[in-house]
Design a protein around this ligand. Structure first.
Ligand SMILES: [Zn+2]
Length: 97
């Protein structure tokens, strides 16, 4: 009888111990996944931000070029070329034609 109690207690301890181990494993896995997802989100956000920041100067220059073309200005220096018939910007010497 006492041997059965000891064996039963042993089995219960093993089951509790394994449940504790499983719970710790699941807990660790969930934390690993949460941290991994956070790392992925941070990496993707940084990548998108860096792409946007590196493309920004090009977009600014393209907008300035479009504005100068529409306003009849020199593309290099922005000098107003209204009425200019020489075909050369008097400010920077760039050929306008
Ligand atoms: Zn010019």
């Amino acid at each position: 009888m006492s041997l059965c109690l000891v064996a039963g207690a042993g089995i219960i301890l093993v089951v509790i111990g394994s449940q504790d181990t499983i719970a710790k494993t699941v807990h660790t896995f969930i934390w690993f996944m949460v941290v991994w997802i956070l790392v992925l989100v941070i990496c993707w956000t940084s990548a998108v931000f860096l792409l946007y920041v590196t493309a920004l100067p090009h977009r600014i220059m393209r907008e300035r070029r479009r504005r100068r073309l529409a306003g009849g200005q020199c593309l290099i220096c922005g000098y107003d070329l209204t009425g200019n018939v020489s075909g050369v910007c008097p400010e920077c010497g760039r050929s306008v034609a």
